[in-house]
Design a protein around this ligand. Sequence first.
Ligand code: ZN
Length: 142
Amino acid sequence: MTQVIKVNLPYDLRTSSDNDVFYKTAHEEQNFILPYCNSCGKYFWPGAIICQHCGSFDVEWKEASGHGKIYSHVEGRFSFHPDIKEYLPIAICSVVLDEGPRVFGRLVNYGEIEKVPYDAPVHIVWLTDDEKGCTIMGWEMD
Ligand SMILES: [Zn+2]
């Protein structure tokens, strides 16, 4: 069972309606799914009706591991908007998934950002705001 952390997000932080299936599945089932191409056998991100690798329309959402490695990270320490201030510091990371695609999400429970190594193995943690009905990706080091 994937860990779920209850949060109060300042806004609905879901991206692109192409990913509606991803966010609905994350919120209702806490399952990590990715768009998958049945023609070339590759995963991709973000969701689309056409494969980013080969152009095939034979794509579907398929369960994925929810594991990867940190590609890069950054920690925000200053607020660009008053609504964000209470969430600082906040770290955002890009993760290269075991399945190949790169995604972005919030890095949680990381301690000191200076000690977070690139290539660190991470797993998905769902950040759920029940009031907004919104669940987004968080990543935690293994
Ligand atoms: Zn393809």
